[in-house]
Design a protein around this ligand. Structure first.
Ligand SMILES: [Zn+2]
Length: 70
């Protein structure tokens, strides 16, 4: 199982921001290109992540489009 890593620090944990609330973040790992959220989120609560979604590293200051993680 391949996990995506941050290109800068190698962390496997990332998050995206809620487009409606920049202080609300959703943490996830990326396994074989699949987004796996850490918390138990109901389907309707999960943010839609596509290749253009701004994705942030949990550990360092890296952020870029989700597409760059693959
Ligand atoms: Zn990083």
């Amino acid at each position: 199982m391949a996990r995506s890593k941050c290109p800068v620090c190698g962390s496997e944990k990332f998050h995206v921001k809620n487009p409606d609330d920049q202080y609300d973040i959703y943490e996830f790992e990326c396994r074989d290109g699949e987004v796996c959220f850490e918390e138990d989120l109901a389907d309707e609560e999960c943010p839609q992540i596509d290749e253009n979604t701004e994705t942030f590293c949990n550990t360092c200051a890296w952020h870029d489009k989700f597409d760059k993680l693959k």
